[in-house]
Design a protein around this ligand. Sequence first.
Ligand SMILES: [Zn+2]
Length: 257
Amino acid sequence: MSAAIRLVVALCMALVLTLGLVASALAAPEGDGSQPLLNKVVFVHQADEAAAGGASPARPAKPAKEWYKYSGIHWDDDAIPVCYKIGGTDNLDFLNGILASFQTWEDDDLSYIAFECDNVSWRAVPSSFETNGYANGYNEVGWASLTSSYPNAIAVTMIWYGRDKHIVEVDTALNSDLPWTQNQVDGDPDEATGAPGYFDVQDIMTHEAGHWLMLLDLYQKAASEQTMYGYGSTGEVKARSLESGDIAGLRKIYPGA
Ligand SMILES: [Zn+2]
């Protein structure tokens, strides 16, 4: 690896780890009494227009010396493979796109993270995105009308974790108010070129699956090619594949084969 590439990798990893720290700081204890030991983090993936309009999400300033810490929030070994359920669509292409998004992270040979989908006919709206939503013990991917609660959101992922920093549940909702497709050329999903006007299920879900690992959003322009870049857009398929910073973060939190 050249020195230049090594520097880029190191920088990207620093960004990933930095944002992990920020999310940790933002996490607030649940106060409803039913799950007193759980903390919650919410990631909102925003459409690109927010970036153009300068309405970037609030990011608390952190001293540079804290940029190299990792929040420590992760799946315990006993929870891997991470089981999840999919609901809200019977579109086989969409289902395959979601499965592929998790598989992309699992495929890295130098990380032990693994996922397992055990139901593709689950409830349409993840429990946590319903009115008076709650953590129900299942990791869910589904669709929900998000725009009224999260303006400009493409997708939202919620993570609950305990005082031991072990993740206990993750739910992701793709915004059903938006147009979706699973782009492919001549029936080959590996030949995606992007469909103008549509959000790509696999592209957006690969980003969200990164949050399932506790990788956080990168908002720096220099990180715009990373899967964990905090903005997405219609016609985009680049986030289907992982880049140096995504992989560095993955291997930091879940190292080894
Ligand atoms: Zn995100």
